[in-house]
Design a protein. Structure first.
Length: 368
């Protein structure tokens, strides 16, 4: 209503209210500020609205149902009947059943060893009740109880731990390997990565897939990259690695450590096993490893946008350029091509780990 009280008196709604004997809205209106507009308005409080209804409809009734009540807000649903004899419409609440159905419709039969048939039947019945416009509250409640019982009766298949193809043993304090011969038969002195694998192995940064096999061309999974980065961070900050593999999801302890110490963003906590077991791309590897250490001193003058396939503004571009400038990455050719979306292999991992761990092994170079 308008701020001007004389204008309010002539308002059509006010005139209708004044037709009820004994009710003078002008004495009951309260001036307040509109939440929507911020302008002054005249308001009739709920108790006076109820008073008007009782005077206007002495044989009527009003049913109030609180929907939400807090210290600052009350939302109340009012059902108004002009006669006490008017039947109260039956409201069927399907919201709880709908939510239960929605929350469970993506379950898969292959994940369970028993209880699936009962669950599938309960889901079909719940779906039918939800679609039935004439369903009673009793039918809705019964469908919900049956579906809850079926869900409780599902028995999942035992989870099989995903075991990485090798266990990085970063931080091992056992016998020295400094003068030990590299034991891997698939790494020869003529390979470009020989010194990197040897140095990483001698410093307990990485190990083979077996006692005599390194598998230099094998890929690294996301979970394995997280394990290495978390272990490297802990060793650099405490001088030792105490992180241990978990029993079911072996990588959980490393993910939790990485998130807690700012190595990983929180999205990794929601990764599925399939995502964790997927091969890491070169870009993702850098995004995981870059925060594992502090202070990458620049050795190389790599201009912005000099890397052919990594431009400023690309995902993880700043971290990739920092690794190039620090001599940790050198690219796959003289132009410095990075191949950000290709998978990273274990020979490359050994070289990067060693360069991160031992600054004397970092490479000075220029891009052609």
């Amino acid at each position: 209503m308008n701020d001007n009280k004389s204008t309010v008196m002539n308002n059509a709604a006010v005139q209708q209210l004044r037709k009820v004997p004994g009710f003078d809205p002008m004495k009951l209106l309260r001036k307040t500020i509109s939440v929507k507009t911020g302008h002054p308005v005249w308001k009739l409080d709920l108790r006076y609205k109820r008073l008007w209804f009782r005077l206007a409809c002495p044989n009527g009734r009003m049913l109030l149902k609180p929907l939400r009540i807090s210290d600052q807000l009350a939302i109340i649903e009012a059902q108004v009947y002009f006669s006490k004899d008017d039947p109260v419409p039956v409201t069927v609440d399907k919201s709880a059943l709908q939510k239960l159905y929605d929350d469970n419709q993506n379950r898969r039969k292959d994940d369970y060893v028993s209880g699936w048939d009962a669950f599938e039947t309960a889901m079909r019945e719940a779906e039918a009740v939800l679609a039935d416009e004439n369903a009673t509250q009793e039918a809705v409640d019964a469908a919900k109880v049956k579906l809850e019982a079926a869900i409780a009766g599902l028995k999942k298949k035992p989870e099989t731990p995903i075991i990485p193809p090798y266990y990085p043993i970063l931080g091992n304090t056992g016998s020295s390997r400094a003068n030990s011969k590299l034991p891997f038969t698939d790494v020869s002195k003529s390979d470009w990565f020989y010194d990197a694998v040897k140095g990483a192995w001698q410093n307990y940064l990485i190990d083979g897939v077996t006692a005599t096999t390194y598998k230099p061309h094998g890929t690294l999974t996301v979970a394995e990259a997280i394990k290495l980065a978390s272990a490297l961070h802990q060793m650099q900050n405490t001088g030792k690695v105490t992180l241990m593999n978990g029993k079911t999801n072996w990588y959980n302890s490393y993910v939790e450590y990485g998130i807690a110490n700012g190595i990983l963003d929180k999205s990794y906590a929601n990764y599925t096993r399939a995502q964790m077991n997927a091969p890491a791309t070169r870009r993702e590897f850098v995004s995981i490893f870059y925060p594992a250490m502090d202070g990458y001193k620049a050795l190389n003058n790599i201009a912005d946008n000099a890397i052919p396939d990594v431009k400023l503004g690309d995902k993880c571009a700043d971290e990739i350029y920092a690794f190039y400038r620090a001599g940790i990455l050198t690219g796959s050719d003289k132009q410095g091509t990075f191949n950000p979306d290709s998978t990273i292999v274990r020979s490359e991992v050994a070289a990067i780990l060693l360069r991160m761990y031992d600054a004397s092994t970092r490479v000075q170079f220029t891009l052609k």
